[in-house]
Design a protein around this ligand. Structure first.
Ligand code: SF4
Ligand code: SF4
Length: 431
C-alpha cells in the first residue's frame, strides 16, 4: 500500500509538479513503445485458497510469551525466510531468485492520501486463483518473503486471511501493510492467528491533516489492540511514515510513540510518480509536496532521525539511507545497487510482473507469474536512468545486503546478538 510519491524538487517544479521523474525517452519506451501483451492464462480449473482454520494456532490460547521467546522465534523465522534464501540467491547469482516479493492483492483504497497514485477504485482485486498461483510460483523460485500490497489490502479481510494462512502454510514470512482503518480486533485476531510475521502500520500524522488522512487518532483503538496482541501472536509491528511538507512535527511525535511501544519505524521522502499516472488526481497544487524552501526543515528532521537511530531507536532505514534522502529531495542521487527484477519483484493484481513498485504502471512486458521475462540487459539499461531518480527504501536496503563486506559485518553483528530480528526483517520489509 502506502508507497508514495516524491518531490521533484527542483525550483522549476514548485508551482506545478512534473508528471513523471524518469527522462522522456524512458517514459515513452516503458509506457508507449511496448504494449503489455502477456496476460496470465486462465487455469483450466480455477484454484481456490484453502479455508483458514480459526483458531488454528495454540498461540491464541497461550498467555503472553516472554520477550525472550518472542525474539528468538522471530530470529529463527528471519533466519529461515530471509537468510537461507539470501545465501541461495548468492550461490545461484545468475538466476532470478527473489528474496522479497510484493503481492498486490488490491488496487483500491478507502482513503485518498494526496501524494498517492497507488490506488484506483475501478480496478478489480486479485482473484483467489491468481493469489494461489502466485504464492506457489514464488515458492518454486526460492522466495520466502511476501509483502501483501495495495491499495488497502484489508478492504477484503476474509481474502487476506486466506492469503496469510496459505502463505504461512507454504513457509513464507508474510508481511501486511495497512492504513489500519479496517484492522479491527477481530481481523487482527484472524491474521495474527494465521501467522502473519509483520504488520506495517502506515501513518503520516497524529491527527488528520489536509491531504493526509492516514492518521493515528482514528485508528488508535485498533493500534492499541494490535500492539497488545503482538507477543501473543508473535508478529512485529512497523510504523511506516512519509515525510511531507505538512507533517514534519508529526513524524517526530510518531517516532516517539513507536519507540515508547517498542516498535520499528520506516521513513520515506514524499515523491511524485516515477512514471506518468493518468488516474492520479492530485498532481497539481499538492499541499504535501516538498518545496525548496522546505529543505532546511527536512534536513533538520533527517538529522534528528539519524540521531535517534544512533541512540538505538529501531528503524528500517540505515543512517546512510536517511542521509541520502537529503540529496534525493534535491534531485541528486548517486547510483546505487538496485536488485529489482533480479532479487525482488512485484506481482500486480492480474498476475503480471514488474520489477518494483515505481514501475507498477509500466506497460513493458516483464511476463507473469509462472512465466517471468525479466531480462538483465533491459533492466540494467533502464536503471541507468530510473536509478538517478529513485531511493526506494526497500530496494536500497536490499542492494546494501548484496555487498560482501556488508553481509560479513551483518553476520558478525547478528551472531553477537543471537540473530535477533532487527537486522534482517525490518531491514528489508517495507512498502
Ligand atoms: S492509504 Fe493512502 S497511501 Fe495507502 S494506498 Fe490508500 S491512498 Fe495510498
Ligand atoms: S532504481 Fe530500481 S527500484 Fe527504483 S525505479 Fe529503477 S528499477 Fe525500480
Amino acid at each position: 500500500m502506502s508507497r508514495l510519491v516524491q518531490v521533484e524538487s527542483t525550483p522549476e517544479f514548485t508551482e506545478s509538479a512534473r508528471p513523471f521523474r524518469v527522462d522522456v525517452p524512458l517514459q515513452e519506451f516503458l509506457q508507449k513503445s511496448s504494449v503489455r501483451t502477456t496476460l496470465l492464462p486462465p487455469s483450466p480449473e480455477p484454484q481456490a485458497l484453502p479455508e483458514p482454520v480459526f483458531p488454528m494456532n495454540s498461540r491464541t490460547t497461550d498467555m503472553k510469551r516472554s520477550g525472550f521467546v518472542y525474539h528468538s522465534n522471530n530470529g529463527v523465522r528471519a533466519f529461515r525466510r530471509w537468510f537461507v534464501p539470501y545465501v541461495q540467491s548468492r550461490v545461484m547469482s545468475d538466476e532470478f531468485r527473489p528474496l522479497l516479493s510484493y503481492l498486490f492483492t488490491e488496487w483500491k483504497c478507502n482513503l485518498d492520501c494526496h501524494y498517492c497514485w497507488a490506488f484506483d477504485n475501478s480496478v478489480k482485486g486479485m482473484t483467489e486463483d491468481t493469489a494461489r498461483r502466485s504464492i506457489d510460483w514464488l515458492h518454486s523460485v526460492g522466495c520466502r518473503v511476501i509483502a501483501i500490497m495495495g491499495g488497502e489490502p484489508l478492504l477484503r479481510p476474509q481474502f487476506i486471511h486466506k492469503v496469510v494462512y496459505y502463505g504461512t502454510k507454504r513457509g513464507f514470512f508474510v508481511y501486511l501493510p495497512t492504513n489500519g482503518r479496517l484492522l479491527r480486533p477481530e481481523v487482527c485476531d484472524w491474521i495474527g492467528d494465521s501467522g502473519v510475521a509483520a504488520i506495517n502500520f502506515a501513518v503520516d500524522c497524529v491527527d488528520e491533516k489536509p491531504g493526509l488522512p492516514k492518521a493515528l487518532k482514528p485508528i488508535r483503538s485498533n493500534f492499541d489492540y494490535m500492539v497488545k496482541m503482538q507477543r501473543r501472536y508473535g508478529y512485529m509491528v512497523v510504523f511506516n511514515m512519509n515525510i511531507c511538507r505538512n507533517n514534519m512535527d508529526d513524524i517526530k511525535e510518531l517516532t516517539e510513540i513507536a519507540h515508547d511501544h517498542g516498535i520499528s519505524t520506516d521513513y520515506h521522502i514524499n515523491e511524485t510518480p516515477m512514471l506518468e499516472q493518468s488516474h492520479f488526481k492530485h498532481m497539481q497544487e499538492n499541499e504535501t509536496y516538498l518545496r525548496p524552501e522546505d529543505f532546511p526543515q527536512v534536513d533538520a528532521l533527517l538529522d534528528h532521525l539519524i540521531e535517534k537511530n544512533k541512540q538505538g531507536y529501531i528503524m528500517v532505514n540505515s543512517k546512510a539511507h536517511l542521509g541520502r534522502m537529503k540529496e534525493f529531495m534535491r534531485g541528486k542521487v548517486e547510483s546505487w545497487n538496485c536488485r529489482a527484477g533480479h532479487n525482488s519483484c512485484v506481482i500486480r493484481t492480474d498476475g503480471t510482473l514488474a520489477p518494483c513498485f515505481p514501475m507498477y504502471s509500466a506497460q513493458y512486458d516483464w511476463g507473469t507469474v509462472e512465466n517471468q521475462k525479466f531480462d538483465v540487459k533491459q533492466l540494467d539499461e533502464m536503471k541507468k536512468d530510473c536509478n538517478k531518480h529513485c531511493l526506494s527504501t526497500c530496494q536500497y536496503v536490499l542492494g546494501h545486503y548484496y555487498n560482501n563486506q556488508t553481509v560479513l559485518r551483518w553476520i558478525i553483528k547478528q551472531a553477537l546478538h543471537g540473530f535477533s530480528l532487527n537486522g534482517a526483517t525490518t531491514a528489508v520489509a517495507q512498502a
